[in-house]
Design a binder for this molecule. Sequence first.
Ligand code: ADP
Length: 607
Amino acid sequence: MSHQSPPIQTGAQLIAHSLKSLDVRIIFGIVGIPVIEVAEACLALGIKFVSFRNEQAASYAASAYGYLTGRPGVCLVVGGPGVLHAMAGVGNSTANATYPFLLLAGSAETGAGPTRGAFQQLDAVSLLAPHTKFAVRPPSLEDLPRSIRDAYRFAFYGRPGVGFVDLPADYIQGVPREVVPIERVEEQPRVLGDQRRVMAVAEALKGAERPLVVIGKGAAYARAEGVLREFIDALIEADEGDRTKIPFLPTPQGKGVLPDDHSLNTSSARSAALAGADVVLLVGARLNWILHFGEPPKWSTGVRIAQIDISPEELDRCAADPTLSIHGDITSVIAQLKAHLSDHRHISSSWSNTLSESAAKNLAIARAKASTPTNPLTYHRTFSLIKSTLESLSPGGAENLVYVSEGANTMDISRSIFTVSQPRQRLDAGTYATMGVGLGYAIAAEMAYNHTREASPLSSSSIRKRIISLEGDSALGFSLPEIETMSRYRLPIIIFVINNGGVYHGISDNTPTWGADWWDVDKEGKRRDILLTSTALGFETEYDIVARGLGGRGWRVVDEGELVEAVREAWRHRDGPSVVNVIVASGVGGKLEFGWLGKEKGSGGSK
Ligand code: ADP
């Protein structure tokens, strides 16, 4: 803040200058009393402000922006209800452990007693303290810069999470008596692992018959792609004849840290890899539901699980071996491990044969599903056509496509079909399985890759990334009005709605209906009973027309020819969002079971 032009005359300007000093380039949010002045002061300093329709989507966007850029994403909201809506992003960021997020919210004047009933009054600090790493009302107007810097730093030092600053109206409108400059927060130091533990893990890997590396979104967040690539490839290239091969398995958002088409990627044999491995190195992933807690029957009894994590509290949990737990940054610890394994020679052809046989079987099933023309459209066929058409249109091919995906079936099935080769090229509902994140994430990705260009390394290319949002019809409904946000900022995001008329499997022939007095009339004037099942949604909801009403473009497609044509048209539309409403048969799509993510590549979905 040494640069003070225009001079800082209000608290709002002080906040804006603090954010500028922290190198914040964009803020997501919704204004109202008393934070309009804050947003305007930020805009005056050249900080972008993306104005949403609901704080929930804005909070998701900010946290995803943090994940994509490695520095906290910032969200500005009003107090009371604004904070409650943004709680969704607070919970989502905390649960994902890789989404650094700074929430700023207006609040009633400091003089308003707690029971005064002031405008949108809420004790936000008490509400948010248990759910954030740091929540503060600055002790004075003059302390705003330091409090904001502390909250920002807490959000991404250590395990990423949430920082919160409460901004009372009288601070925002007040005149600071002095301005104490703050500095940008540097990257956190890359913590090295305990050498003894590193050696123990190296020894365990050397002794393994069926080793496996699991790569989680912590590795994507840590930008560990370079060092992990060297680690895995160095082991392959160790010797011409005796090659050490450690297969790897990415988690859903760990995909792309190493390219999906890497020869040691064992995604297509996920179940066989988990069930067979005897020593596992877990890199930036937790042993939660996504990895079946590291326990049988999905994992073998007696498996030794080594773990690298930035959060010491994460270690020695579930089935992880406490003697093989390393507290440290992935980039440093993998480099340390590589040094210990470089002279290692080990042949394990039976392990790689087991995995490649299982992969071959699963891939054959998935390919058959994707390549067989269907009418009505199925999930597999729809995704396969979207993928091939997009890749043929994209300059630079698949690398320039960034995917967001949500909805149980949509996310599950599309994950294996849309292969990725770059880290952070795919976002989904994540650890919390949060539905409704899709449009906020898509806007965050558009901003990170194409507007602020903070999301390296993809942004190093001058070619624009095209953001593709694959949405279940239920998932889309949570944040539908954000299509207007995309239109207002002319963001050429392409949204595919995989419309099976509901949650999971939607409706089916067996769907019960309400009684004779509950009915409406369809387009042809025929009576239609109201659907009773909890999973059913309006099957004929015209998301394409909604999109047009919100300033975008839209197509409704029911067959392969229409789908391919709509993808082409959507690609050509560069002045705002496109929505392709893909009608798949009602009742299509699997009822979600806990086996989700435990299924083999391409085997999810229709049952
Ligand atoms: P996934 O959903 O891919 O399984 P998780 O969200 O379960 O991944 O786990 C991500 C883990 O990565 C968290 O435990 C988090 O503490 C950890 N993490 C984040 N950044 C780093 C880092 N720089 N180095 C090591 N671990 C990290």
